[in-house]
Design a protein around this ligand. Structure first.
Ligand SMILES: C[S@@+](CC[C@H](N)C(=O)[O-])C[C@H]1O[C@@H](n2cnc3c(N)ncnc32)[C@H](O)[C@@H]1O
Length: 362
């Protein structure tokens, strides 16, 4: 990822010219009858999805036949409509999951399964002040903005201009307006965060970037005591590094790493089984909480000073530390005896068979 030398610029998240509709878009609506300006997802007979934005007088042309937008406006969400040649289409307002999975991407997005965990593990609450970096394509921004509600504040940082533009456009396309409590600062989090948020004023920080360990100190300064930091990282090397960085800083609780796997199921009659395919890996989450200034974790007081490979590192890979139950000498001897007895019996059987064969030959 390329670094930029430009000074940080914070701006309300105004979308670029082409993103929102030319006329003022209505407030986002998550239920109720379809209105002009709503996005509607049409599923055809072969399961193919098409998303349209309802506009009076407009027509959606399918492979065979057409559907007038006016025929959809006013219908309840979840209606089935027929096109001009009688083919049926299911009309549904897209869920946020549908929207983020199909929106244009600048950078890789956080998947819904991880976004859901992030909201829970980072304890994002309505009205909170949340810092997010980098903003990437804005997928996580959308989940955060929805959870924060109209009284919350989301302060997103992104060091690449063009990614910030994609995110602004995606957020505006989803809400139909630029959320008031959202700002996007173009710049590096390490440099920009202290100038945007005074020390101890942020409730939650969510980092999705290549090197979150570089931001530990600025995050510690920005967070309120007890505030939560959550990092999303894609690889185990990043996971290890970020966990150790939070531990070494002495300003956080012991980090909690986790991974979320969601396995979908096929359920049809008696064919009830996990689906053959699943999203095998996206990333790891690490959360930690900011200690009060000057507080020292009791366990940290006992920690030995660390070299690259300390006794602790070596100990970390012992079977006990890896959660594998050790086996006692006594039960090991018992297993050897059992195995030997099985082997002896097999040999004896084999020997008996051979002698019976030779008896027959005689
Ligand atoms: C994987 S993307 C984020 C995707 C985003 N969470 C989403 O769901 O759409 C990572 C982003 O972090 C940005 N980035 C990396 N390091 C950064 C830093 N120190 N400060 C600000 N942005 C950073 C990158 O430019 C990139 O756009």
């Amino acid at each position: 990822m390329s670094e930029q030398d430009t000074a940080p610029t914070t701006a309300p998240a105004t979308a670029p010219a082409e993103a929102p509709a030319a006329k003022p878009a209505p407030a986002p609506q998550f239920s109720g009858p379809f209105r002009e300006g709503d996005r509607v997802q049409l599923t055809g007979p072969k399961g193919k999805l098409n998303s349209i934005t309802l506009e009076a007088g407009k027509v959606f042309h399918t492979h065979r036949g057409a559907i007038e937008h006016d025929a959809l406006i006013g219908l309840p969400d979840g209606s089935v409509v027929q096109n001009t040649v009688g083919v049926e289409y299911l009309a549904l307002r897209p869920l946020l999951t549908d929207f983020v999975m199909s929106m244009p991407r600048g950078a890789a997005i956080i998947y819904p399964k991880d976004a859901a965990q992030i909201l829970a593990q980072a304890d994002v609450f309505p009205g909170a002040t949340v810092v997010e970096a980098g903003v990437g394509s804005g997928a996580l921004s959308l989940w955060l903005l929805r959870a924060l509600g109209p009284t919350g504040r989301l302060s997103s940082f992104e060091r690449r201009d063009e990614f910030a533009d994609v995110a602004r456009a995606n957020v505006a396309a989803y809400f139909g307006y630029d959320p008031e409590g959202w700002t996007v600062t173009v710049g590096d989090l390490q440099e920009a965060l202290p100038s945007v948020h005074p020390d101890g004023t942020v409730d939650r920080v969510v980092l999705d970037m290549l090197a979150p360990w570089e931001c530990v100190d600025v995050v510690a300064d920005a967070l309120k005591p007890g505030g939560v930091v959550l990092c999303y990282v894609a690889t185990v090397t990043q996971l290890s590094r970020v966990v150790e960085a939070f531990r070494d800083s002495g300003q956080f609780t012991n980090p909690d790493p986790s991974e979320t796997m969601v396995r979908t199921w096929h359920v049809e009659g008696l064919a009830v089984r996990p689906d053959h395919r699943m999203i095998g890996h996206t990333g790891f989450l690490v959360t930690a909480r900011r200690l009060a200034p000057g507080a020292v974790l009791p366990e940290l007081k006992r920690r030995a000073s660390k070299s690259d490979y300390s006794e602790e590192d070596v100990e970390a890979w012992t079977p006990g530390a890896l959660g594998e139950r050790g086996i006692s000498a006594k039960s090991l001897r018992k297993r050897v005896r059992a195995a030997t007895a099985t082997a002896d019996a097999a040999k004896a059987r084999e020997a008996r068979g051979n002698s019976a064969d030779s008896d027959e030959i005689d």
